[in-house]
Design a protein around this ligand. Sequence first.
Ligand code: FES
Length: 108
Amino acid sequence: MAGKTAKVIAVDREGQEHEIEGTIGWSVMEVVREAGLPIEAACGGCCACATCHVYVDEAFLAKLDEPDPDENMMLDEAFEVQDNSRLSCQIKLSEELDGIRVTLAPEF
Ligand code: FES
């Protein structure tokens, strides 16, 4: 039986929107990468690279858990950080996050 899914709207670096059906319990990084979008995620989701940096739509920002100290440390070293910057490997897809909209941060 397939797992439950929730929608992720990912905006790529060309401004193109992708509507992706993601499995609940996966990280947003895994969902976006599985869909073939260019998210590097060099560390594979261990919160150690910041190449899964995304900007989270304001409407969903408040629904996320606060970043843990490791995530904040990585974000400190990331480029082009904004108030709504998060590491997508640390966002776990849930029913509550259905429709979450994220924009891939620029690559360096
Ligand atoms: S994949 Fe490396 S910090 Fe998210």
